[in-house]
Design a protein around this ligand. Structure first.
Ligand code: FE
Length: 345
């Protein structure tokens, strides 16, 4: 009975309505939906949403797009069907908040499961997975211990040996903003200029392209997000790139490695708020945390949840505990700095 109810539930709208009428109050009370706008690809989030629906009977409808969802939310205003928005990077999360598209949520369970540095102190966004901005080094040309911190990227010995993507990309802007937050603007400018002077080539390509460049001998050291190592290891063509480098978790004797998040926000106009909160709570809990993190080689945001085998093999490390909300405040200055020093050439 339970199984057929579920089958009927996921049928067409007309089918669903008649199924609810047939099945009476038990199913009807479990019925309901929650609508998600997602910049994250369906394969990353669908398995968890399916698990949530199996557990609660609440359907999750997802609209996926690579861009334009924040603009769509804005356009739809109070009539938007969206309850939740899923995205990566503190930059994008901040944009939705600054546009007034989210609402604050005070929730004891989320506060308990998600470390303070990975959620908005005002409750407008919550991290679900984390990624480390790691340094990768050529196995052939960089000795162990030769580079151990972000500061080392600007050191004399790195002249002509570094590759990065564009300084104006969100991942770089967040890293630079974290340096500003911790060391101040002038120190950050000196540091960033030092890296620019050490570049082996004009910033170009995505994070993985930097690892490829190391493999091909164009440079010796790059800065990338940790999950790309997992993505490359499991890709036939790219595993050779990953094989060419060692992973360094920067600043282990300092403030720790810079982290960013993928996260979620409750929309300002959420029409299914109770269900949305149920989904948020579900995603912070062990089962979904493990699933979500593993799907994209990320770290669970919930520190109680075990890491995947691959991530464990990279070793434990100290994470920078600077609140992302604090780092986000320096994003504009960081982006300006990239232009002012002409980081991209
Ligand atoms: Fe990415």
């Amino acid at each position: 009975m339970k199984f057929s109810a579920r089958r009927l539930f996921s049928a067409s709208l007309a089918g669903t309505v008649s199924a609810l009428l047939l099945l009476g109050s038990v199913t009807a009370s479990a019925a309901g939906e929650v609508n998600v706008y997602s910049y994250r690809q369906p394969f990353l989030i669908k398995p968890m949403f399916d698990a949530f629906t199996r557990k609660t009977g609440i359907e999750v409808n997802t609209v996926f797009a690579k861009k334009g969802l924040v603009e769509r939310l804005k356009r739809e205003g109070r009539n938007s069907p969206a309850d939740l928005i899923f995205t990566v990077d503190i930059g994008r999360l901040s944009t939705a908040v600054n546009e007034g598209l989210t609402q604050p949520l005070e929730n004891a369970l989320l506060a308990d499961k998600i470390p303070a540095e990975f959620r908005d102190p005002d409750g407008h966004w919550f991290g679900l997975t984390t990624r480390a901005r790691i340094i990768v080094t050529s196995k052939e040309r960089v000795k162990p211990g030769e580079i151990e911190s972000y500061a080392d990227l600007a050191s004399e010995g790195m002249k002509g040996r570094i590759c990065t993507r564009s300084g104006s990309h969100g991942y770089m802007v967040a890293l630079i903003a974290s340096v500003i937050a911790n060391e101040g603007e002038e120190a950050a400018r000196t540091w960033l200029t030092g890296i620019k002077d050490n570049l082996a080539r004009k910033p170009q390509g995505n994070d993985r392209a930097q690892v490829k460049a190391i493999k091909e001998g164009e440079c010796d050291v790059a800065v990338i997000n940790s999950y790309y190592m997992g993505n490359m290891v499991t890709d036939e063509e790219q595993s050779a790139w990953a094989d060419a480098v060692n992973i360094v978790f920067p600043d282990q004797s300092g403030r720790g490695t810079h982290m960013n998040i993928s996260g979620m926000s409750l929309t300002a106009a959420s029409p299914n708020k109770d269900n949305a909160i149920k989904l948020m709570e579900f995603l912070a809990d062990d089962q979904a945390q493990r699933m979500y993190a593993e799907q994209n080689f990320e770290y669970p945001v919930n520190p109680q949840v075990n890491w995947s085998g691959l991530l464990e093999s990279w070793g434990v490390f100290e994470m920078d505990k600077t609140p992302l909300a604090e780092i986000a405040k320096h994003r504009v200055t960081a982006a300006k700095m990239v232009n002012e020093i002409a980081y991209d050439g």
